[in-house]
Design a binder for this molecule. Sequence first.
Ligand SMILES: Nc1nc2c(ncn2[C@@H]2O[C@H](COP(=O)(O)OP(=O)(O)O)[C@@H](O)[C@H]2O)c(=O)[nH]1
Ligand SMILES: Nc1ncnc2c1ncn2[C@@H]1O[C@H](COP(=O)(O)OP(=O)(O)O)[C@@H](O)[C@H]1O
Length: 201
Amino acid sequence: MNKGLLLVLSGPSGVGKGTVCSALRKCAPELVYSVSATTRSPRAGELDGVNYFFKSREQFQDMIQNDQLLEYAEYVGNYYGTPRDFVQKTLDQGLDIILEIEVQGALKVKEKFPQGVFVFLMPPSLQELQQRIVGRGTESEETIRHRMNAAREEINLMQHYDYAVVNDRIESACSRIQAIITAEHCKRERVMTELLEGVQL
Ligand SMILES: Nc1nc2c(ncn2[C@@H]2O[C@H](COP(=O)(O)OP(=O)(O)O)[C@@H](O)[C@H]2O)c(=O)[nH]1
Ligand SMILES: Nc1ncnc2c1ncn2[C@@H]1O[C@H](COP(=O)(O)OP(=O)(O)O)[C@@H](O)[C@H]1O
């Protein structure tokens, strides 16, 4: 059986990763979403096991020690990580899975899974990015400053990704990501066909 596609959606905080993922859930319901573990406190409305698995620092350290995370990173004072088993099981079932993670973690996944598809979500401008973070109203002024500094560094790492998608309009960003998924499936099917036909690659 063909393995599923591992899609990594990354980009600076506030660019709209969560929003685009929510929209993708509606227009691409066949995609499976990886739920991360984090030491950050839940925001209003966030549920354990749905938005994140909320962990203490000790619990998170245990997950690291027991090799339960595919990758993890410290981001603005908190740990975030991808539970490994769920990703592996989903791919083994031939299903596509999407990881919505920050840039350091994405680059670690790339080392382990170079066959993954790495998509960098870009803001239309840095000014618009700041407006989105401020507009969301979930962060203090100091955290916003940290996140904007992190964003500048993260955008510099865009060249390590397979695709850059501008999140100007949510629907457009979703369509672009869906087109990438379709193209990657076609590419893999073609490679498989050529291999089966004994074509020299
Ligand atoms: N490396 C890594 N980053 C993650 C993971 N889960 C979430 N993140 C990223 O951590 C950053 C902060 O997430 P969060 O506190 O929820 O803020 P928000 O995404 O800006 O709303 C974002 O860039 C997330 O994409 C994960 O499992 N691993
Ligand atoms: N294409 C867009 N146009 C305008 N606002 C957007 C767009 N995408 C996201 N937003 C807004 O930007 C803010 C940050 O989005 P969010 O999905 O939380 O970002 P991230 O998950 O990357 O941190 C939210 O208030 C969201 O409603």
